[in-house]
Design a protein around this ligand. Structure first.
Ligand code: CMC
Length: 438
């Protein structure tokens, strides 16, 4: 295969030419602003009768997007062009939400208006309380989230017409606003405490902490250090390009499904331990390791091809360098532990495990670095969240990314239903055999 630049006027285009099945194939190559270019193979089947084969999408760009950019080799993450470090250091979560949804950082007036609208959508329909009562108390909160977010489409019929831009925006606002309320309800239900209504004079994250940890019988003061730290954790999780759950949301949305149903699909995908469930799995792993002297045996297990064990919170499909979010998370962990005055022995295990893994040939060769989930579990545990809530908090924060990506897809005039093909390796056509002859 070779590619060549064809320059015409001010526009520059490139094409990939190769021979396949005796066909001379000429496919356009498209350039993004930054990052790898893509070979547009949309006409490949028409021209050659062949599909491409890429299970796990390791070489496939599934869409065009202007929202988030990742350079996995350099460890760079940009939202609408802004580095994650700058957003996490200087901004707050709702500002990041605005940026993801609208494409620009808000002016002071735009921000005030956005915060006002989000705040006025924090309550959920009172009937949702009854819906919650149908669950077992020991249900995993992610199971409750998949169901309750999907159920929003049964409560908010006035924002499910995806062809109406106003309804799309109202649904987006509702989702960002109501996720903390639903997440806190899932937690309260699991511990048998009454639901706490949102309190709109608090900021987004303080309100969430209060809904989780306040009880009706006494006053609850939000610790500003914890609120700031959790807000930063939300920023770090807000969006991450075309990962598994975001691709799920886009695929669900490509059929015209309503946004609440699409986000429920994203939550289901996020739950898995290879994706959002890794923060829960990473903390459980640190607890299982328990003490620093037991680390070598777990490192040995992670390297053993006959053992399915993996170091949870290590490795990433895209980052072949330190996950930039993990660096910020590590600092946040120290801030939170200091604020709550606790010395968690698991932090010593985590720091030592990281040190050993980063110098071990197996991990160095495969470019396996700590990812965001490695330190987030220790941090959330110190804040008082049980492990079962970790992935729920991830889902809460990722909702804005999912919804921004869903909106971008719906608003793309070239959008069509996602429908991959396959390499069929089953039986060729054969004749039916009646039961008495089998
Ligand atoms: N521990 C030990 N070995 C590993 C690990 C790990 N955590 N991750 C990858 N490897 C090895 C793997 O065995 C393979 O080795 P070899 O080439 O000898 O067969 C090599 O590294 C490449 O692994 P892969 O499975 O082909 O890589 P992938 O891009 O398909 O998987 C991953 C990426 C994140 C699923 C994987 O690294 C993993 O399972 N990590 C643990 C779970 C985790 O922390 N997930 C959170 C990801 S970040 C947050 C999010 O996206 O939600």
């Amino acid at each position: 295969m070779r590619s060549e630049h064809v320059i015409g006027g001010t526009a520059m285009s490139v094409s990939a030419k190769f021979e396949l099945n005796e066909h001379q194939v000429d496919m356009p190559v498209k350039d993004g602003t930054i990052g790898p270019s893509v070979v547009d193979i949309a006409k490949l089947y028409g021209q050659t009768g062949m599909f491409t084969f890429d299970p796990g999408f390791t070489s496939t760009a599934s869409c065009e997007s202007k929202i988030t950019y990742i350079d996995g080799d350099e460890g760079i993450l940009l939202h609408r062009g802004y580095p994650i470090e700058q957003l996490a250091e200087n901004g707050d979560f709702l500002e990041t939400c605005y940026l993801l949804l609208y494409g620009e950082l808000p002016t002071a007036a735009q921000k005030a208006d956005f915060v006002h609208h989000i705040t006025r959508h924090t309550m959920v329909h009172e009937q949702m309380m009854r819906f919650f009562q149908g669950f077992r108390r020991d249900a995993h909160p992610m199971a409750v989230m998949v169901a309750s977010v999907g159920a929003l489409s049964a409560f908010y019929h006035d924002s499910t017409d995806i062809s109406d831009p106003t309804q799309r925006m109202i649904a987006s606002m509702r989702m960002v606003a109501k996720m903390p309320t639903l997440a806190a309800m899932a937690y309260k239900y699991s511990i048998g405490q009454p639901f706490v209504y949102p309190q709109n004079d608090l900021d987004y994250t303080s309100n969430f902490l209060r809904m989780c940890f306040a009880v009706p019988c006494e006053d609850y003061q939000v610790n500003p250090v914890l609120s700031k730290a959790l807000d930063r954790i939300f920023i770090l999780h807000a969006d991450h390009e075309q990962n598994a759950s975001t691709s799920t949301v886009r695929l669900a949305g490509s059929s015209g499904a309503n946004p609440f149903a699409c986000i429920a699909a994203g939550i289901a995908c996020l739950w898995g331990p290879a994706h959002g469930g890794a923060n829960e799995a990473a903390l459980k792993m640190l607890e299982e390791i328990g003490t620093v002297d037991r680390i070598p045996q777990f490192i040995a297990r992670a390297k053993d091809k006959n053992d399915p064990f993996r170091l949870m919170g290590f490795g990433h499909r895209v980052y072949k360098n330190y996950d930039p979010r993990a660096k910020i998370m590590q600092k946040t962990t120290h801030d939170v532990l200091k604020a709550v005055g606790s010395k968690d022995p698991l932090l010593d295990v985590a720091v030592e495990l990281e040190r050993i893994a980063l110098t071990d040939e197996y991990f160095v060769e495969r470019k396996l670095y700590p990812n965001i989930d490695f330190y987030s579990g220790i941090t959330l545990k110190a804040m008082g969240f049980p492990t079962s809530m970790f992935t729920v908090l991830f889902a809460l924060a990722r909702t804005v990314g999912w919804i921004a990506q869903w909106k971008e897809m719906i608003e793309d005039p070239g959008q069509k239903i996602g429908r991959p093909r396959q390499l069929y390796t089953g039986y060729a056509k054969r004749e039916y055999v009646p039961t008495n002859k089998r």
